[in-house]
Design a binder for this molecule. Structure first.
Ligand code: PMP
Length: 414
């Protein structure tokens, strides 16, 4: 019988390099730094599993309000903002929709129905959320309509179409839903000067702005910059509301940490309106969850943690931007038919690639999954998979490209 090897057969193996993303997550888990917000919460002797009050955890929704509206501008006094904690951004969208469907008075032009205007396209849940409340418990139905937003041939904002639609068809008392930043799914936001024109139009026509803010800090990496449109509308004295999510920017997805804010004309109206939203909350969920909002409040109330969070936001948003650039560069290098500048011009974690449904279907053969609309999550790209994804896109675009009659590169299927 051969003697046992003194050493393991594998003793010469080197340690394989760790996957960067998973290693980072592992390092974070192993980190015992006492300032980790969750640890601070667990060490807090006042933390318990009691019900929160109906409007939620006050330190959280007040800090959330300050994050959206800022603390610098005294033209937006806090007593004009009714805030409460919600089941994340979805819950905030829903309770806002329910409240407006029930209580926003219509000042109708004869025969006109109340309308909620949403962008074409938008986050799919906006359709569902507004359809659910559209009959209006006051017996005053609210109709869902879309305004032009995406210009497919140039894969950019159809600003003229949007303004024309609203100018011609929106009437006083209608609601307009606006994505505060990082429009989902297109990744295309208005410029500041376009935002000013949208604000002018809302003021002139008496439209009620409903801001959905699901990516503050995730778009530009700067919390104030990403809240700029909301603050610009607010300081004009308009009444408006905001649905705020902390799923992405604080990574609290499953904790359902969000807030709803209603900005009213004066403090007295604000208090009454808030009591109505609180009443809705009581009937729908009774009281919101307590864990996630307490983590968020630990961070938002501690200047040192806020600084760390801001650095993280810069890291995350820069990584997304560099992945956009890398995908674009790779497609350029491959001379993939079509134009791809839109990938670098868009912002936030999503990109409307302009790939057709057929191309999206073919990409599945490469194990690449995206929505039929061609929307990809840029956050899913990393230095290891980028070349593979670009090669696959190149292959399916070439496979489906129609021969170009003018001898040019052709388009990628539009
Ligand atoms: N609004 C938009 C535009 C979104 O993209 C999302 C998340 N996908 C939400 C709201 C709400 O997300 P959550 O309920 O997780 O906060």
């Amino acid at each position: 019988m051969a003697p046992l090897q003194p050493e393991s057969l594998f003793s010469k193996l080197e340690t394989a390099p760790a996957d960067e993303v998973f290693a980072l997550m592992g390092d974070f888990q192993a980190d015992t730094f006492p300032e980790k917000a969750e640890q601070l919460l667990l060490d807090d002797p006042t933390f318990d599993h009691e019900y929160l009050p109906i409007p939620g955890y006050a330190p959280f929704y007040n800090l959330a309000r300050d994050l959206i509206f800022g603390t610098e501008d005294s033209s937006i006094p806090k007593d004009r903002i009714a805030s409460l904690q919600t089941i994340s951004g979805t819950g905030a969208n829903h309770i806002g929709a329910r409240f407006l469907a029930d209580h926003l008075p219509h000042l109708p032009t004869a025969g006109a129905k109340r309308t909620i205007w949403i962008s074409d396209p938008t986050w799919a849940n906006h359709h569902l959320i507004w359809n659910l409340v559209s009959s209006g418990s006051s017996g005053n139905p609210i109709e869902l309509k879309t305004y032009a937003y995406y210009h497919e041939p140039t894969r950019s904002l159809n600003f003229d179409g949007m303004m024309k639609d609203l100018e011609a068809n929106a009437t006083t008392g209608d609601v307009i839903l606006l994505h505060a930043c990082a429009h989902n799914p297109t990744g295309i936001d208005p410029t500041r000067s376009q935002w000013l024109q949208i604000a002018d139009l809302c003021e002139r026509k008496g439209l009620f702005p409903f801001f959905d803010s699901a990516y503050q800090g995730f778009a530009s990496g700067d919390l104030d910059n990403d809240a700029w449109p909301i603050r610009e509308f607010a300081k004009r004295g308009m009444e408006l509301c905001v649905a705020q999510s902390f799923s992405k920017n604080l990574g609290l997805y499953g904790q359902r940490a969000g807030a709803f804010h209603l900005l009213c004309r004066n403090a007295e109206v604000t208090a009454r309106a808030r009591s109505q939203v609180v009443e809705l909350q009581r009937g729908e969920i009774s009281t919101p969850p307590s864990y996630g909002p307490r983590i968020a409040a630990k961070i938002l109330s501690d200047p040192a943690l806020v600084e760390m969070w801001k650095e993280d936001l810069v890291t995350m948003s820069s990584r997304i931007k560099s992945m956009r650039r890398a995908l674009y560069d790779e497609l350029q290098k491959l001379q993939t038919p079509g134009t791809w500048e839109h990938i670098i011009n868009q912002i936030g974690m999503f990109s409307y690639t302009g790939l057709t449904k057929e191309q999206v279907g073919l990409l599945r053969e490469y194990h690449i999954y995206m929505l039929d609309s061609g929307r990809i999550s840029i956050a899913g790209l990393n230095t290891s998979n980028l070349k593979y994804v670009a090669d696959a896109i190149d292959a399916v675009v070439r496979k489906t490209a129609k021969p170009a009659s003018n001898g040019s590169n052709g388009s990628n299927g539009h």
